[in-house]
Design a binder for this molecule. Structure first.
Ligand code: HEC
Length: 281
């Protein structure tokens, strides 16, 4: 007898949750769906949010919804506490943890006969990116059954090109005579890039591109992604207060890269996109 009572209780709770989820879904479709898609997987006006939800507590989500991110085209939405609770029930039902890729290692031979063994960070038809255990990323190009290691001939290590800041490159391959014949070699689309005001920085063949709160490291020759780092907005403060900033560039010194916004600086490990430390102003 007792067990059937518990069963009935559990059943009611499940039904209630399902009902709340459905009502939350209606709220989502009406208020958020036109940008984020009816299932949160993204639409024309807003990014996929399913992977971004686990980072925030219910309180932080409520603040985000009420404040919006006006500078980045997410408007504030006025919601009463009851409807907010339903909306959050639905958001929790669509949230996903970012998929983690299985670690795959490989040993390759360079054309000079050098062995390089490391973890595969990216691979295409004729390009390969390997991270060796000393935390260096090697950019490789297929040459028969061996590989050629590539890097930048001339770096562009800061926003202004170099310590002298004259934004002038010493590369000579592109000149007045051939500049009109340039064509795109690769293209990398940055999701949610919005309005970008950024100068990519290139060091050791790796290009660092920043958008608000995010940094991408790309193989400059092939455009393949090596890592991508998202800084999470902490605390319950307005999410827009960090997200709204334009991040102009990373700065590099030796093997460390600093990403700056007007309120925050992060010191990153160039190999893996992990922050070493972070300062907030
Ligand atoms: C007019 C379009 C629009 C509407 C309506 C809208 N959003 Fe957004 N939202 C955006 C855009 C654009 C971004 C990306 C901002 C950025 O560049 O980081 C965003 C970002 C987000 C994020 C990710 C924030 C992060 O952690 O980076 C979440 C979560 C979110 N929206 C939830 C919602 C919810 C819930 C609603 C409905 C109450 C909603 N949005 C309504 C456009 C919209």
């Amino acid at each position: 007898m007792r067990s059937s009572v518990i069963l009935a209780g559990a059943l009611t709770a499940t039904t209630l949750l399902a009902q709340n989820r459905e009502r939350g879904q209606v709220a989502f479709e009406n208020r958020c769906g036109k940008c984020h898609g009816s299932d949160g997987n993204g639409g024309e006006l807003g990014p996929r949010i399913t992977f971004r939800l686990t980072k925030r507590t219910d309180g932080q989500l409520a603040t985000l919804v009420r404040t919006g991110i006006p500078a980045r085209n997410m408007p504030p939405t006025k919601l009463g506490d009851d409807e907010m609770a339903l909306l959050i029930t639905f958001l929790r039902s669509i949230q996903r943890l970012p998929e983690s890729k299985p670690v795959e290692r490989r040993t390759i031979l360079t054309i000079e006969g050098k062995k390089i063994e490391g973890q595969i960070v990216g691979e295409g038809f004729d390009d390969l990116q390997l991270r060796t255990d000393d935390k260096r990323v090697h950019l490789l190009r297929r040459a028969g059954n061996r590989y050629r290691e590539v890097t930048s001939e001339t770096a562009w290590p800061t926003y202004d090109g170099g310590p002298d800041g004259n934004r002038y490159t010493k590369l000579t391959q592109i000149n007045k005579g051939n500049v009109s014949r340039l064509g795109p070699k690769w293209m990398f689309s940055i999701p949610n890039g919005g309005r970008m005001e950024v100068t990519p920085v290139v060091v050791d063949g790796i290009m660092y591109v920043t958008v608000a709160n995010e940094c991408y490291a790309l193989d400059a020759g092939s455009g393949r992604e090596i890592w991508h780092y998202i800084i999470s907005a902490r605390g319950t403060g307005s999410p827009g207060s960090i997200a709204a900033r334009e991040w102009r560039a990373v700065a590099s010194s030796w093997t460390q890269r600093m990403r700056t916004s007007s309120r925050s600086i992060a010191l990153m490990e160039s190999c893996c996109g992990r922050p070493k430390s972070r300062m907030r102003g």
